[in-house]
Design a protein around this ligand. Structure first.
Ligand code: ADP
Length: 292
């Protein structure tokens, strides 16, 4: 269990990126969902001991993370948002290099670890290829392989699915969820679908604050009976925007289909819809924006 309490961080330029975050993160895949600039990377870099918070505490299974940094690092696998690879080196060679850096100095043992990881992330057949020839999804799977060297108990992956096509994204998320069967895996994303199906728990964050935390399906249930849909003419959109709390607008057959939040039936041609996590997400973000 990773336990974060009252964490804050203000950068030198005055941006308050983490504004009092408390979170309990159990074993399993945990989705940290929020728009760009919400503070996800700042939070993850802090947990990964790459930067210091101003105040607050982080405990990982009894380890005081902010004090015992080296001990945490030995249990940590981290895939940063801007993970770069050497394009002219093969996956096998670079992974071997990372394994040496992580302290696997015995050749036979290292070989075993590297081979097992290449199989695990499904890159065995492509292991001799230069990383520069890899697709985005393959590069991210390579990124996960390097993060898994040394059997980490805490795995942090920052926006790993940005830029992946749907099939690559699915494959990558399935891999993360498999890893999450035994360890804490924190996945940050601004893509709601990343969280819906695979994350056992999640938090929605915005402007450095936690807006909601729980199991995705429970948070969806809590919104039942309060989301309504209607298809409009484009000319009616502005008026509906001023009258209703619109959660989302999509063009379907060239006409806007809106979802609105309302505790009681709005009438006016609206029909009830089963909410989904996107409705939950936008409801919380709108509510937070109004409160601010
Ligand atoms: P996210 O990962 O959710 O996109 P970030 O943690 O990257 O959010 O950023 C949160 C806020 O902090 C943003 O306003 C960003 O511009 C700012 N920020 C991030 N890193 C730094 C930094 N090193 N120095 C100053 N401001 C930063």
């Amino acid at each position: 269990m990773l336990s974060i309490r009252d964490l804050t961080k203000t950068y030198a330029n005055g941006v308050r990126a983490i504004a009092g975050v408390s979170l309990q993160i159990p074993t399993g895949l945990f989705g940290l969902l929020g728009p760009n600039g919400a503070g996800k990377s700042s939070l993850m870099r802090t947990i990964a001991t790459l930067q210091e918070p101003d105040s607050g505490s982080i405990d990982f299974n009894g380890l005081n993370v902010l004090v015992e940094k080296d001990a945490l690092r030995r249990q940590l696998g981290y895939l940063p948002q801007d993970f770069g690879v050497y394009p002219k080196v093969s996956a096998e060679d670079l992974l071997t290099h990372f394994a040496v850096l992580k302290g696997l100095t015995q050749r036979a043992q290292r070989r075993e670890v590297v081979d097992a990881l290449l199989h695990k992330v499904n890159l065995w057949d492509a292991r001799k290829r230069k990383l520069g020839t890899y697709s985005g999804g393959m590069r991210q799977r390579f990124g996960i392989a390097q993060a898994l060297i040394g059997d980490p108990k805490l795995v942090i992956v920052d926006e790993p699915t940005a830029g992946l096509d749907p099939e690559e994204r699915n494959r990558f998320l399935n891999l993360l969820s498999e890893i999450g069967e035994k360890v804490v895996v924190i996945l940050s994303t601004h893509i709601v679908e990343d969280v819906t199906d695979l994350c056992a728990h999640m938090a929605i964050i915005n402007r450095g604050q936690v807006l909601l935390t729980g199991e995705p399906h429970t948070t969806i249930q809590a919104l039942a009976g309060q989301v309504w849909r209607k298809q409009l003419d484009k000319s009616e959109l502005a008026e509906h925007q001023s009258r209703y709390q619109i959660l989302s607008t999509r063009l379907v057959g060239g006409r806007p289909l809106i979802h609105v939040f309302s505790e009681s039936a709005p009438g006016d041609g609206f029909v009830a819809v089963e909410p989904d996590l996107e409705d939950v997400y936008f409801q919380r973000l709108r509510q937070h924006a109004r409160a601010a």
